[in-house]
Design a binder for this molecule. Structure first.
Ligand code: GTQ
Ligand code: FE2
Length: 374
């Protein structure tokens, strides 16, 4: 309450004001004078916290889930999602997402298993962590998935999964579930008859886009990305090209997955990147309005988030909340996959970024995060 006299401050704490504030509550009326500091903070004050889930924890709990149920006998998918401890039981809708706008899960499909087709208004994307031999079938196209591939499942399209290979498959799902829940935009339909049958050639869109930066004539008309699977070796080629030059001081060697028809994010509601940090690279600290969920695809290192050091290695997932200072250090050659909500921030014209100026761009480390099961 800048510019307000002591006398007025005292009055706002008086019984007269307190009693009135209490009185209006019973009529579902809210006192803005109480709410302003929380809801109109000077700079973003995310409820989501910085957090890390270890590979060991995820593997252990996935193994247990596999003993308990299969995706075709209940629950649609064997997916375990990351509940941000800052959001647990606090969001008005009673569940916790990973950041305020992003839902991230790990999904496991075992050889012989099927996950039935369905469609929904949420846009989904997947990043394949381990294995091969399963396909996702999106609107009749079977798309075979391998480690390192990035896939999109645009909103409204029928999709299901089946494993016809012989090793367990694990992948990351990221969806705009919290945003759509929050704005009241959720639609969901199950597919009659389980898993949809193929009706176009396998890997159709991937074949049509084998050229990379050349696209089939006529594809400028698409609004939904006409490419379903962004193969790992092509992503790595993009990164190798960047490595002929100096790395970006904040991001290392980083690329983003785009819709080849529009040049915008592959998924219209969530942005996605792959970044390579060679062993020894230490990026400079940055903060921005968007939040990010990282998956360590390969390597080992740490990220300092608002002064706390989060050690990571292959298979870990961690959250950098909105407006938090963060910098990465790689002790081994590392690849980080990440999901962000830049497209949402952009739509509100709120994508704002600041570089950490003091101490040559590096924060002071004041604490260490202890992950469960490590
Ligand atoms: O695989 O279709 O983690 O619909 C959440 C919702 C996965 C999926 C999730 C979904 C899916
Ligand atoms: Fe789905």
């Amino acid at each position: 309450m800048a510019g307000v006299s002591e006398e007025v401050k005292e009055f706002m704490k008086s019984d007269t004001v307190k009693d009135f504030t209490k009185d209006i509550e019973q009529y579902h009326l809210g006192p803005l004078w109480e709410a302003i500091p929380e809801i109109m903070n000077h700079t973003p004050k995310p409820q989501a916290q910085a957090y890390l889930w270890s590979d060991e924890l995820i593997k252990k709990k996935m193994g247990e889930a596999a003993q308990i149920f299969t995706p075709d006998r209940g629950g649609e998918r064997r997916a375990i999602y990351f509940q941000n401890p800052g959001l647990t039981y606090r969001q008005p809708w009673g569940w916790a997402s990973t950041t305020q706008t992003i839902y991230v899960a790990v999904q496991m499909l075992l050889p012989g298993e099927k996950a039935p087709s369905h469609r929904h208004s949420q846009s989904a994307l997947r990043f394949i962590s381990e294995g091969q031999g399963a396909y996702t079938i999106v609107q009749g196209e079977r798309i075979f998935m391998e480690e390192g591939d990035f896939l999109i499942t645009p909103k409204g399209l029928w999709h299901g999964h089946e494993h016809v290979g012989d090793e367990p498959m694990l992948w990351t799902d990221a969806l705009d579930i919290p945003t759509l829940y929050g704005i009241g935009g959720t639609f969901f339909d199950p597919y009659e008859g389980g898993l949809q049958e193929p009706n176009i050639p396998d890997n159709f869109t991937e074949k049509r886009y084998r050229g990379g930066m050349v696209r089939p004539v006529g594809d400028d008309k698409y609004t939904v990305a006409p490419l379903a699977n962004y193969k790992w070796d092509r992503t790595v080629e993009g990164i190798k090209g960047l490595m002929s030059f100096d790395p970006d001081p904040h991001h290392g060697f980083a690329v983003e997955y785009i819709n080849p028809s529009t040049g915008k994010a592959a998924n219209p509601t969530l942005g996605t990147r792959m970044q390579h940090l060679p062993a020894g690279m230490h990026t400079k600290a940055l903060r921005h309005t968007h939040s990010t969920v990282y998956q360590v695809h390969r390597g080992e290192g740490y990220t300092v988030i608002n002064g706390t050091r989060f050690d990571w290695k292959k298979g870990d997932y961690f959250v950098v909340p909105n407006w938090a200072w963060y910098e990465h250090y790689a002790s081994k050659d590392s690849y980080l996959f990440s999901v962000n909500d830049i497209p949402i921030m952009d739509r509100f014209e709120l994508e704002i970024e600041q570089a950490y100026e003091s101490n040559n761009g590096h924060q002071e480390v004041t604490g260490e995060f202890k992950a469960a099961f490590r």
